[in-house]
Design a protein around this ligand. Structure first.
Ligand code: SD4
Length: 327
């Protein structure tokens, strides 16, 4: 697991807690860029600074947001040390690595794969589902067949570390689908490019040691990701069951449509699931990131410890988010 880097760290929550004035002042201190739209910009869940950097390379060269989010999502997918995404992701309780991913573009097109095995880059398969089929979701065997037909290579995604973790888990085989409060790496990434086009992607191996066939929020449009070119985009990480039942990313985009700042919209989405599912909320982590078409951003977690990365105006910055619960 990557160690946290000492990039500039801001505490949005700290600023808000210390009196919202500082927070709002910081935002209103950039009126020029905001009025025009402070983009390109890309935001990702967790300290995924290598992912936002990959996305920024495309955005800063006038590339399309869709290409940027795909490139960003592919970074943790290829990282064997990342235990929640792609290659190296922890398997299900039968020892199979099954991957979920989705992508959405500025036209509202969407593609998704669920329970995909043996393919290192599910986000790129999701993109082809969007671009080359009349469908939104392909699952399991069908998704694999499609991927192979598009030239993807079948690979073993279970690393030695992940296999050992599964062997250890099997000793007790305790089925407790709880997402802890620590950093985990599922990446939700959304971007606005220099032309103001919004896109997003989300990719994960889901809950470690999950039931065979379990699908979380990450590949579900509206839950793990939602993009509306008129408004902005949002993405989620954490216990997918809570995000699914509240369609968190869609909720955030709709709040932004009604005029809410992305920060406020993310906080409202967390509050909604905390109030609706208080018991699950106490024991689990959920985090959201949001970006609107003016280039304003926000992020918020259920529990302390959620952070996110924003690349904007040439700077890659990790933000410690605020949280609904303080402990
Ligand atoms: C899921 N949301 O499958 C994902 C898990 C996650 O970091 O975010 N892990 O529920």
């Amino acid at each position: 697991m990557k160690s946290r880097r000492a990039f500039l760290q801001h505490s949005v929550f700290g600023a808000m807690a210390a009196g919202s004035v500082e927070f709002w002042t910081r935002i209103s201190a950039m009126p020029e860029t905001f009025r025009k739209g402070n983009f390109p910009a890309v935001i990702a869940t967790w300290n995924n600074e290598d992912a936002t950097k990959a996305a920024w390379e495309i955005l800063s060269a006038q590339g399309r947001a869709l290409d940027a989010v795909e490139a960003g999502a592919r970074v943790p997918e290829a990282n064997p040390e990342d235990s929640s995404v792609g290659y190296g992701g922890f398997p299900d309780r039968d020892g199979d690595v099954t991957l979920d991913a989705c992508i959405m573009d500025e036209f509202g097109n969407a593609g998704s794969v669920t329970c995909l095995q043996h393919i290192k880059h599910p986000v790129s398969v999701a993109r082809l589902v969007m671009e080359k089929t009349p469908h939104v979701i392909l699952t399991a065997e069908g998704a694999l067949e499609f991927a192979l037909s598009q030239g993807f290579k079948k690979e073993n995604l279970l690393t030695e570390t992940a296999r050992r973790a599964w062997e250890e888990w099997k000793v007790k085989s305790e089925y407790k689908p709880v997402i802890n409060f620590e950093r985990h790496d599922t990446i939700g990434i959304v971007a606005i490019d220099a032309q103001g086009r919004a896109s997003g992607a989300c990719t994960t191996s889901g809950l470690a040691f999950k039931m065979k066939g379990r699908v979380g929020d990450s590949p579900v449009i509206g839950a793990g990701l939602f993009v509306d070119a008129e408004v902005g985009a949002a993405a989620a990480t954490g216990l997918g069951e809570m995000v699914l039942k509240t369609l968190g990313s869609y909720f955030i985009v709709e709040e932004m449509r009604r005029g809410k700042h992305p920060q406020k919209a993310a906080e409202l989405a967390i509050r909604r699931l905390a109030e609706k599912y208080p018991e699950q909320a106490r024991e689990n982590q959920v985090g959201f990131v949001a970006l609107d078409v003016k280039g304003r951003h926000g992020g918020f977690g259920l529990q302390p410890g959620f952070n996110y990365t924003l690349f904007q105006q040439g700077k890659n910055v990790i933000y410690e988010s605020g949280s609904y619960f303080s402990k």
